[in-house]
Design a protein around this ligand. Structure first.
Ligand SMILES: N[C@@H](CCC(=O)N[C@@H](CS)C(=O)NCC(=O)O)C(=O)O
Length: 405
């Protein structure tokens, strides 16, 4: 009997619910956000659960407890008595609203999801260390958070703290926190988490924020080749079913050879050769064209930070490299800029190609018509970066940009 649907993503709070479903072999479909999700869950956070007869759950703690109740209502993961049960909830709440929030504020600037603000970083470095000291002291006295047995609190806290190990905790941190490290290594090898964390490696040094180099777009210069995303730039290692295929694979091979287009674009003069090649080979029955823009331009500050945001978005889109090509520019000046671009997308829908990036909803997607003169001109300009872009009727200079290829 199907119990329902878990809406999950690659973000960290999905790890425990998805791992529980697999461990207990529950008949629950794990899905990315779809139209129904948006209808049912207006807060637009992950994870959420949809059961039968209108049963809905939000909040990772509630969802995890419910999933265990379906798998094994008497599970030792829920503690041996009501005091342990209450402590499990206490630790999970602490992790969800204190520890993970501090980690989140520290890693967002590193992954291009927020501008770097030293004051905020300093504040949360102190807050995170305070949280870690509490956990470290607890684990000095006990094998696990609640006592001598593994509970749901350990699974959830270890999953969340992995984001710290992914980005922030190097060798020195590990030396200073031997109990958290010992406990973390044990918990990620537990039957429930071991598949997700298989082959987990620790970093040598914390990732530090570096001001990205400014790239100046010029008409003739081929945009820099896309480098493989550095581990630290990609908030990967979160829930991802290793066997899951990209949904766009189902569309089969397309006539337009995307790799060849990417080569033509990189090596040939954009206006003279690449753009004519593009329109000669573009087939609207197989591919669609999209205007993609950032939704929160008002919040952007320095141009290089906006460009860094685009870089982070592109890194997180790397799962769709075979199905996407696009170019995004930053227009305007410091404290008055915006992000806009054009994309070629396999299929007729933008969602399957873009929702591989956890931050895809920070952008809007407007379908373009390749047979319309105005839309063609917009696309050509976005590919060539050699003219100002018209946004809301105002012509704006392009200051920076990146190409997804
Ligand atoms: N209070 C919620 C928070 C859920 C949450 O913030 N989820 C993150 C992913 S780990 C999310 O959906 N972020 C997207 C956003 O904030 O827009 C819970 O504990 O489940």
């Amino acid at each position: 009997m199907s119990f329902g649907t878990l809406y999950a993503s690659q973000q960290i709070r999905s790890v425990v619910p998805a791992s529980l479903i697999k461990y207990y072999n529950l008949d629950i479909e794990i899905k990315n956000k779809d139209d129904e999700y948006f209808r049912l869950f207006p807060l637009n956070k992950i994870p959420t659960f949809k059961g039968d007869h209108g049963f809905k759950l939000t909040e990772v703690i509630a969802i995890s407890l419910y999933l265990i109740s379906l798998g094994d209502a008497k599970s030792p993961l829920l503690g041996k008595d009501n005091k342990e049960y209450a402590r499990i909830i206490g630790w999970m709440s602490f992790t969800n609203s204190e520890l993970l929030v501090a980690i989140g504020f520290l890693i967002k600037p590193l992954t291009g999801n927020a501008p770097f603000v030293k004051k905020i970083s300093d504040e949360y470095t102190v807050a995170l260390e305070k949280c870690c000291q509490i956990v470290e002291a607890r684990l000095y006295d006990f094998t696990y958070l609640v006592g001598e047995r593994l509970t749901l609190a350990d699974l959830f806290t270890a999953a969340c703290i992995s984001r710290g190990f992914d980005f922030l905790f190097g060798k020195q941190w590990i030396k200073a926190h031997p109990n958290i490290t010992r406990w973390f290594k044990t918990v990620i090898q537990s039957d429930i988490l071991k598949d997700h964390f298989a082959g987990y490696t620790f970093r040598e040094k914390p990732l530090e924020y570096t001001t990205p180099k400014k790239e100046t777009p010029t008409k003739k210069e081929a945009p820099a080749k896309k480098e493989a995303p550095a581990k630290e730039e990609t908030p990967a290692e979160e829930y991802k079913d290793p066997k899951a295929k990209h949904p766009l694979e189902a569309l089969g091979k397309s006539k337009l050879p995307l790799d060849e287009w990417k080569r033509v674009y990189s090596n040939e003069d954009t206006r003279e050769k690449a753009i004519p090649w593009f329109w000669e080979h573009y087939d609207p029955s197989e591919w669609s064209l999209w205007k993609v823009g950032y939704k929160y331009n008002d919040e952007l500050t320095l141009c290089f930070m906006s460009n860094n945001l685009v870089g982070g978005f592109f890194n997180r889109l790397s799962g769709s490299t075979k199905y996407l090509f696009g170019s995004m520019v930053v227009y305007g000046e410091n404290n008055d800029n915006g992000i806009i671009g054009a994309f070629l997308v396999r299929g007729q829908d933008s969602v399957p190609a873009f929702d591989v990036a956890p931050d895809w909803e920070s952008y809007y997607y407007e379908k373009l018509d390749g047979s319309s003169e105005a839309d063609r001109e917009f696309i050509n300009n976005m590919f060539a970066w050699d003219k100002p872009v018209v946004v809301d009727g105002v012509s704006r200079e392009i200051s920076d940009g990146k190409v997804f290829k």
